[in-house]
Write a protein that binds this ligand. Structure first.
Ligand code: CO
Length: 291
């Protein structure tokens, strides 16, 4: 009986370690990495936005390697023709897997949780838990993801309004806009902005509200001058052409035709430190999962 108990105890003690050893089960050391994912831009002046974020993130996490990916294949192909290679999110994750990263925080540099963000999340799921691959991938939320973000972004926008704006002058921001349900963030943001400053408007180039929706609202304010600002991370093609370009269908031309005086400030949201703070806070929340 005594012998039996000893064997039994021995089995209990030894079995788990055998099972562990059978999978070459030496536990890998945690190797943390950061992947920053943006839509991308091929406009050289827009790079300042990305450099700004890159610098801030590296300052915030000095010991953690930072990788970049652009989700837009059109932009990546354009850049490739100029000799600049940028990875897709899948390519960046494959490289990081090869380099032995076990825990990766992927920070979305998108503005809302739209289609691009949904696609990113799906790609990340595919990479998590591959044999010998990454153990944990955590996503950092886009700029506008929660009620707190809504309040923080409102504050940041109001702080970044053009210094030269005089009393009674209106400001129109151009968001991207999307057929995705998350488009409602733009209207919600306008509500929050107008609670603080009724002369600030939010429109979109590819969703709702459109510039045509805004025109009667602007006319009602009887302001002679409208300031235009992009509400996109970079002041790229949409900002330079659809917002402030000289083509007849740009917002500048459309509003000029309505009799408004126009001035544009072409700075992407990622050029403002108070906006980057919001993305960096989301990244900190993601990294906190790895402690
Ligand atoms: Co677009």
């Amino acid at each position: 009986m005594k012998k039996f108990i000893l064997v039994f105890l021995f089995t209990l003690l030894i079995l788990p370690s055998l099972a562990f050893a059978s999978g070459h089960g030496h536990k890998r050391e945690m190797k943390k990495g950061i992947l920053l994912v943006a839509f991308g831009s091929s406009i050289p002046e827009a790079q300042v936005s990305f450099e700004n974020i890159d610098t801030r993130v590296k300052k915030e996490f000095p010991d953690i390697p930072v990788f970049w990916a652009y989700t837009s294949s059109i932009i990546r192909n354009k850049l490739a023709k100029q000799g600049k290679t940028l990875d897709s999110e899948a390519m960046a994750l494959a490289k990081m897997t090869d380099q032995g990263f076990t825990h990766v925080a992927v920070q979305s540099l998108h503005t809302i949780r739209g289609e691009e963000f949904d696609d990113l999340v799906q790609t990340l799921k595919a990479f998590e838990g591959l044999p010998g691959g990454m153990e944990k991938i955590v996503t950092g939320a886009p700029l506008l993801s929660s009620q707190k973000d809504m309040e923080d972004v409102t504050k940041a926008i109001l702080a970044n309004l053009p210094a030269g704006r005089k009393k009674g002058e209106t400001v129109v921001l151009m968001g991207h806009g999307t057929p995705h349900p998350s488009n409602v963030f733009y209207t919600a943001l306008m509500y929050h902005l107008q609670k603080k400053d009724p002369l600030v408007f939010m429109g979109t180039v590819e969703g709702s509200p459109t510039i045509d929706d805004l025109i009667p609202m602007l006319q009602e304010k009887k302001s002679k001058k409208v300031w235009l600002m992009p509400f996109m991370s970079v002041a790229g093609d949409h900002a330079r052409n659809d917002l402030a370009g000289n083509e007849p269908d740009s917002w500048k031309s459309i509003l000029e035709k309505q009799g408004f005086k126009i001035e544009a400030v072409l700075k992407g949201t990622a050029e403002y430190d108070n906006m980057i703070d919001i993305w960096v806070n989301h990244l900190k929340e993601a990294m906190a999962h790895f402690k």
